[in-house]
Design a protein around this ligand. Structure first.
Ligand code: FAD
Ligand code: SF4
Length: 491
């Protein structure tokens, strides 16, 4: 059996062919010199890699080097690697004397997706159809040939705003891992490299709160399924200033590090549903995220090709301003954006709706360059990787792929944020106002976005109503002047 080279996002047992297979692990400092990552992300990656090396002991050769390539070329004996998760890394391994195996860690392989996509002819590659065939193929939440409960999709039950007047959702807090000596070593190294000027980071350092080992990941999964999954569905899209986690699983990090296999995650969820401990809407909603959305995004990344990165269908070209790229939440008065940006600064994580409807929505409205926005998300989020960024940011959030991921842009005014959160009450702006001192930057930004893109969006029938609304605005000139005048200042 060849020796297996494991990348830092291939850390679970399913990346080995046998439990005793010899392993090569490489830690490279050069990765952190190339881009300015969140400090907690650098910590997480090094911690996960070093924990895996310690677990494997004699079974692994662990090299701490400046750059990968010379280290792999020097390696003796046959070496194999599971296909890495980005175009750059795949192209890199193809230049090395290494056997490249199919990728692991996803429920639908690239070949399966290609066959499915081909079979659809001219029809859109709809998430819903992709998800249904994945459920059938894996016999998940199925009663024979029928979906459990008779419906494939219980999303309609999962769009509720937060409970009225509640500061928290009221589910038990997630389980948190404790740091150990390995984390202390990582912190010392990062402090030293930073002090020497070798690397520089964004965001604040804090005790590691996400799983970095298989044991921790299993603990997070168990705890989530037992205590938080039953509440996952209904308020999935809601935001509360006092509750960053709501009922979300915090499993994207261990999944993307390869510590958990998505199929073992959804199997746990199905067992909990079958035992009566979890309602179907929550189980279905969660399974849809993992073997639906996550795998769909992974496969779209490979299906579209490396030029996805440079798509810019709305010709958005403004630079991401410094207050945003440096996560300066204190510079922002808009309460929603300030709180969400502070979440990124302090944790490198916020849940799906703040990403899409607060951060992404703001960037879209302001016409920021999608490639820059993508780079920002990649560097700032603990769970950010190239494969997950392009479809989610270039596609879903910035509509720069012209509608492949989403049939209409995810642009929304303050009314949406007001309905789905408790942000607006104490905010100095008013979600109903689009012009004047207290005009909400999201409400005004929404109309400004439409007015700039009216021509490009005119052929999209889902935009007909918003564009008709735009034509009825009597204060559009004043609004455009106001928003253009805002420039790149923090709202
Ligand atoms: C602009 C934007 C950027 C995003 N960046 C990332 C990212 O860098 N890394 C990342 O893993 N997810 C990303 N997502 C998807 C999603 O927001 C996160 O997976 C989720 O918030 C992670 O928190 P959680 O584990 O508690 O998720 P939960 O709400 O508990 O969802 C369960 C799981 O479903 C999967 N999932 C759900 N939606 C998606 C999706 N659209 N893409 C991929 N996986 C999904 C994740 O593995 C997640 O752990 C992004 C979404 C948007 C709109
Ligand atoms: S009023 Fe506007 S800026 Fe303020 S919290 Fe609400 S949506 Fe955000």
């Amino acid at each position: 059996m060849s020796r297996r080279w494991l990348f830092a996002d291939q850390l679970g047992p399913h990346f080995l062919d046998a439990p005793d297979q010899q392993v090569l692990l490489i830690e490279s400092q050069a990765v952190f010199r190339r881009r300015r990552f969140h400090r907690q992300k650098a910590h997480l990656v090094l911690s996960a890699l070093r924990h895996r090396a310690a677990e494997l002991g004699e079974q692994a050769e662990f090299r701490q080097v400046d750059r990968y390539a010379p280290s792999v070329r020097r390696s003796r004996g046959e070496l194999s690697v599971c296909a890495p998760t980005s175009y750059a890394a795949r192209s890199f391994v193809s230049t090395l004397p290494v056997e490249v195996l199919p990728a692991r860690g996803f429920a639908t392989g690239e070949d399966e997706f290609a066959r499915w996509a081909e079979g659809r002819g001219q029809r859109r590659l709809l998430l819903e159809d992709f998800y249904r065939q994945a459920r059938q193929r894996h016999d998940l939440l199925m009663d024979g040939d029928e979906p459990a409960g008779g419906r494939w999709n219980l999303d309609a039950d999962n769009r509720e705003p937060p409970p009225k007047d509640a500061e928290r959702l009221g589910v038990p807090e997630p389980w948190w891992p404790a740091e150990d000596e390995i984390d202390a070593g990582v912190r010392r190294d990062l402090d030293r490299w930073e002090a020497a000027g070798a690397v520089s980071f964004v965001g604040r350092d804090a005790p590691r709160w996400v799983a970095a080992t298989r044991a921790e990941a299993l603990h997070v999964l168990r705890d989530f399924v037992e205590h938080r999954l039953p509440a996952f569905g209904p308020h999935e899209d809601a935001m509360l200033a006092g509750d960053a986690w709501m009922a979300h699983s915090l499993l994207s990090v261990p999944l993307n590090l390869g510590l958990l296999d998505p199929l073992e995650v959804v199997a746990r969820v199905e067992t909990a549903y079958r035992s009566g401990a979890v309602p179907l809407a929550s189980a279905e909603g969660f399974v849809r995220q993992v073997i639906g959305w996550r795998d769909y995004v992974w496969n779209i990344y490979w299906h579209v090709g490396p030029n996805y990165r440079s798509r810019n269908a709305l010709a958005a070209g403004r630079s991401v301003p410094a207050w945003f790229s440096s996560l300066d939440a204190d510079a922002v008065e808009a309460r929603c954006l300030s709180d969400v940006l502070a979440g990124v600064r302090d944790r490198g994580w916020v849940h799906h709706i703040p990403r899409l409807m607060v951060l992404g929505n703001y960037a879209l409205q302001r016409g920021w360059d999608p490639a820059e926005v993508t780079d920002w998300f990649h560097r700032s989020f603990l769970d950010g990787y190239d494969w997950v960024m392009l479809p989610n940011v270039v596609g879903m959030s910035q509509h720069a792929d012209g509608g492949l991921m989403a049939t209409k842009p995810y642009a929304a005014g303050g009314a949406y944020i007001n309905r789905m959160s408790d942000y607006c009450g104490p905010c100095p702006y008013s979600p109903a106002k689009r012009v004047g001192e207290s005009a909400c930057p999201y409400t005004a930004g929404y109309w400004w976005f439409l007015s700039r893109n009216a021509g490009r969006l005119a052929g999209n029938h889902r935009m007909a109503q918003p564009l008709a609304g735009l034509r009825r605005l009597t204060d559009l000139d004043a609004l455009v002047e106001q928003e253009a005048g805002r420039g790149s200042a923090a709202p």
